[in-house]
Design a binder for this molecule. Structure first.
Ligand SMILES: [Zn+2]
Length: 358
C-alpha cells in the first residue's frame, strides 16, 4: 500500500536507489506508485519518495531502528537533523554508505550519535525515589493524591482471558486466583489477589503471551456497581521538567519489565488501602499494539509532555488495563456474562528495519 501525498510533491529518490535490503523494503512499502523514471537512479519501477517520505524512512530506520531499551526508559543511538547536514559522524556498514549519502543529500540532513537527555534513560527523580524503598512511600502518597479517580460504570463490559483452565465452563475459573497463588504478576502480591482484564480483547491476548498452541477461553465480565479505580493512565498536568515529572515516572514504570513489579505492587496495595476497587494502568503492550515509539522526543523534549495536542497524543498511545483487587466475582463486584473459547488463527508481527552497526 502506498501513502497519500500532495500531487505537487517533488520526487527525489525511489526504493530502487538503495543497496541496503531493509531500507529498500521499507521504501517500497511506504513510497508512491508512479509511472516515471527516478530522478536519481532512473529506475521506472521503484516506489517514489518525496522529502516527507525520505525523512520518515530515515526516522524509522536510523532513530527507531537504533533505539535501545534501558531498565527504565529507552533512547535512540542515532538522531538526525538539518543542522548536522554535511557533518555526519556515524560509521555504518559498507553497504549503507552510499544509501546514507543519498538520504542526506536529498533531505539535507546529517546523522549523528545522539547523547540522550538523561531523563530518557530513567533519570527521573520520582522514579528514582520509587526505586528506593525508603523514599517510595512518599511518592506513592503523591500518586494517590495527584491521579484522578476513574470509574468502571455499572454494566460496563470487559474481558478476562485464561490459558488452559481446568474447567472452562465453570465461572469461578475466571475469578482472580486464590490468594495462596497471588504475588506473581505486575500488581498482585502475597496477600493481595488481583483480577486482570481489559476492554480491549487483543490486549488480553498479548498480556497472556498467548500463542496459537494454547487452549484459550475468554470471559465477558460486567461490573455489578460503579467501580472506583485509581486511573494511572491519566496524563498529569505538570509544570516541572521531565527530570522531575511524576507523569513520566509512572509512564516508564508500566513500560518496564518485571524488575519494576515491586514498585507497582506497592502502589496497588496503597490504592486498596485507600479504598479503591482497583486501578486502571497502561498496558506494557501499549507500544506494540499502537505502533508507538517509546519516549518520543523533538529536540530532546518529550512529546508526551509537549505535544501540541497532548491529550490526543497520549490517548492514541495508551491501552488501558484493569486490575481489580481481591476476588471480585466471589465478592459480587463483577459477574460473568458469557464464556467463549478463543481460537487464534494468526498472531501478527509487524516491524521495520534498522542498521546493524553505526
Ligand atoms: Zn531511484
Amino acid at each position: 500500500m502506498s501513502d497519500q501525498t500532495e500531487p505537487t510533491s517533488q520526487i527525489l529518490l525511489c526504493s530502487n536507489c538503495f543497496t541496503d535490503e531493509g531500507l529498500r523494503i521499507d521504501a517500497a512499502k511506504h513510497g508512491l506508485e508512479q509511472q516515471s523514471d527516478c530522478p536519481n537512479c532512473q529506475s521506472p519501477d521503484g516506489q517514489k519518495l518525496t522529502l516527507d517520505h525520505i525523512k520518515s524512512l530515515a526516522w524509522r530506520f536510523f532513530v527507531s531502528g537504533t533505539t535501545i531499551r534501558c531498565e527504565y526508559g529507552a533512547a535512540p543511538v542515532i538522531q538526525f537533523n538539518e543542522h548536522r547536514y554535511g557533518q555526519s559522524d556515524i560509521a555504518p556498514s559498507a553497504w549503507l554508505e552510499n544509501d546514507i549519502r543519498l538520504i542526506e543529500e536529498a533531505a539535507k540532513i546529517g546523522f549523528f550519535h545522539y547523547g540522550p537527555r538523561l531523563w530518557m534513560v530513567g533519570e527521573v527523580e520520582p522514579l528514582k525515589a520509587l526505586q528506593d524503598p525508603k523514599t517510595r512511600p512518599q511518592i506513592i502518597e503523591r500518586i494517590l493524591r495527584e491521579y484522578p479517580e476513574g470509574t468502571l460504570s455499572e454494566g460496563s463490559k470487559f474481558y478476562r482471558l485464561r490459558v488452559s483452565p481446568e474447567r472452562p465452563a465453570e465461572p469461578s475459573e475466571y475469578d482472580s486466583p486464590p490468594v495462596a497463588f497471588a504475588g506473581r504478576g505486575r500488581l498482585d502480591s502475597p496477600g493481595l489477589s488481583v483480577m486482570y482484564g481489559s476492554q480491549d480483547l487483543d490486549v488480553c491476548i498479548h498480556e497472556c503471551r498467548a500463542s496459537t498452541e494454547d487452549e484459550l477461553y475468554v470471559a465477558t465480565l460486567k461490573g455489578q456497581r460503579d467501580l472506583r479505580l485509581l486511573d494511572l493512565t491519566h496524563p498529569l498536568e505538570e509544570t516541572e521538567t521531565e527530570f522531575e515529572s511524576l507523569d513520566m515516572a509512572i509512564h516508564m514504570l508500566f513500560l518496564a519489565r518485571s524488575h519494576s513489579y515491586d514498585i507497582a505492587r506497592d502502589i496497588a496495595l496503597a490504592a486498596k488501602e485507600a479504598g479503591f476497587d482497583g486501578v486502571i494502568y497502561p498496558s506494557f503492550f501499549s507500544l506494540i499494539r499502537t505502533g508507538a515509539h517509546p519516549f518520543e522526543t523533538a529536540y530532546g523534549l518529550s512529546l508526551r509532555r509537549f505535544h501540541p495536542e497532548r491529550n490526543q497524543y497520549v490517548e492514541a498511545d495508551t491501552i488501558r488495563n484493569l486490575a481489580l483487587f481481591g476476588r471480585p466475582m466471589e465478592s459480587g463486584l463483577v459477574s460473568i456474562e458469557c464464556i467463549n473459547r478463543l481460537i487464534l488463527t494468526q498472531v501478527g508481527y509487524r516491524g521495520h528495519f534498522g542498521p546493524v552497526e553505526y
